[in-house]
Design a protein around this ligand. Structure first.
Ligand code: DGP
Length: 143
């Protein structure tokens, strides 16, 4: 396994070098909209501290991260009026990972609606903003 690269795209987003549509931030974690969503309301949750993936992440980083994943899953379900949530987490290229800063995908689901392909199509930024607003509102309402 390669070492963590501090210039990966998510590290650059965390440093504010590249914009993102953020929905949540606390002392340890950040959540923002995936620019290539597999469904409307697809959010990525990541730690501020750098780790490549599940194979090297320290336990204390993983602990706070998974609590944020649960919080965002609840907010995405409420904000997007979803019927279910799919959580994905990919490790190494063979495991489907393309950005090497650990993150969880939180994807809202509706009965009978299939998932789009992984990282296949850029979303319209205006749509991402609309979905982010709904998720931020659910968080503000205590979801
Ligand atoms: P993976 O590493 O395979 O778990 O997928 C990375 C995801 O990150 C993929 O769904 C597309 C998304 N993504 C890639 N580049 C950017 C970016 O610059 N901004 C945002 N918000 N998402 C990105």
């Amino acid at each position: 396994m390669s070492a963590y690269d501090p210039n990966n795209i998510f590290a650059r987003i965390l440093r504010g070098e590249i914009p993102c549509e953020k929905v949540y931030e606390d002392a340890d974690t950040v959540a923002f909209m995936d620019v290539m969503p597999r469904a409307d309301g697809h959010v990525l949750v990541l730690p501020k501290r750098g780790a490549r993936n599940l194979l090297d992440v320290p336990p204390d980083v993983l602990s706070t991260l998974i609590l944020s994943v649960q919080k965002i899953a609840r907010a995405v379900k409420a904000g997007m009026d979803a019927e279910g949530i799919t959580v994905h987490q990919f490790n190494e290229p063979a495991g489907g990972q393309s950005v090497f800063h650990i993150h969880f995908h939180v994807i809202p689901r509706w009965d009978g609606v299939g998932l789009g392909h992984h990282a296949a199509k850029m979303a319209d930024p205006a749509d991402l903003k609309v979905h982010a607003e709904k998720i931020r509102a659910a968080l503000a309402a205590g979801a």
